[in-house]
Design a protein around this ligand. Structure first.
Ligand code: SAM
Length: 275
């Protein structure tokens, strides 16, 4: 790939996803674009750039964003967040629910990738409510910009390597083990799948219906791909969807230090909005 082609791809990706590839990722991007060259049968990056300016660009751009975005994730990533959910966040929300007239508990897994994050939250919440012997109507909205990854996440099927780090009891209670042609696959049980609603959603472009608010938002390991102005815009957008006294969890490698906000840090990468 030549520098002008890289610049063209970089600008296009930024316009459509706000992912800032920076100037150093030419080799990585070339490797990822090769997947699209193979899939479309287009012989060179130059011709692929032309294709992206032609009549079928609208169809191709989501596939481009798919191969460019990093979907790395795993179950119970950043365990401190799950401890906080169990020991601080859920007990606090339960204590406030009647005063706040919350009939529902809604959690948003924004940029959920292949589903490990929202399903980990579902497992943690299901365990919390059964151990506390409490009932509350709860659900998780799981969104990502990538159509492909959302479809994969909604199936809730994971290969052996994806679940290998889970404790045996967690695996047994929450996953169905495949047999015969499904051997080596593990599917999240239906009672957890039905708590999670998946949809494609661009965090910087799309809007949720006006009345949709969340008590907890997980927005982890996506802000690092954005420039400071976009990070500010993203946090501002997320905060419009957080109830007063709601919780925002960001990745531990991310920092809100470049962002202006009124949140209180309750532990690293875990914030609460003013009550
Ligand atoms: C590294 S994964 C993080 C997954 C999970 N939150 C975690 O922490 O393990 C980042 C995800 O952000 C998604 N993403 C990137 N830009 C986005 C945007 N503008 N709107 C929504 N999702 C986006 C990517 O498709 C990818 O699945």
């Amino acid at each position: 790939m030549r520098p002008p082609e890289y610049q063209f791809i970089r600008d296009l990706v930024y316009r459509h996803s706000r992912i800032d590839l920076g100037s150093e990722k030419m080799h990585l991007v070339t490797a990822r674009l090769n997947k699209r060259l193979r899939a479309t049968g287009i012989p060179s990056v130059k011709q692929y750039c032309d294709f992206l300016q032609g009549p079928r660009a609208k169809e191709e751009i989501p596939h481009l964003i798919d191969v460019i975005s990093t979907n790395h994730t795993y179950f119970f990533r950043e365990p401190g967040h799950f401890t906080a959910l169990d020991k601080i966040i859920l007990p606090d929300l339960v204590a406030r629910r009647s005063k706040e007239h919350w009939s529902q508990l809604r959690v948003w897994s924004a940029a959920c990738s292949s589903g490990e994050e929202p399903y980990s939250i579902a497992i943690a919440m299901s365990d919390f409510f059964s151990q506390a012997n409490l009932r509350w109507n709860w659900s998780i909205e799981a969104t990502d910009i990538s159509n492909r990854i959302i479809a994969q996440a909604a199936r809730g099927i994971f290969t052996e390597d994806k679940v290998s780090r889970l404790e045996a009891g967690v695996l047994r209670r929450n996953f169905q083990k495949g047999f015969g042609p499904q051997a080596g696959q593990h599917r999240i049980k239906a009672h957890l799948r039905k708590q999670v609603n998946f949809q494609r959603f661009n965090l910087l472009e799309d809007t949720l219906p006006r009345d949709v608010m969340f008590q907890v938002i997980f927005c982890r390991n996506v802000m690092i791909y954005f420039d400071p102005a976009t990070q500010q815009e993203l946090v501002d957008r997320l905060l419009t969807r957080l109830v007063p006294g709601g919780y925002l969890l960001v990745g531990h490698a991310e920092s809100l230090s470049n962002v202006t906000h009124q949140l209180r840090m309750i532990q690293p990468a875990t914030y609460q909005s003013p009550l």
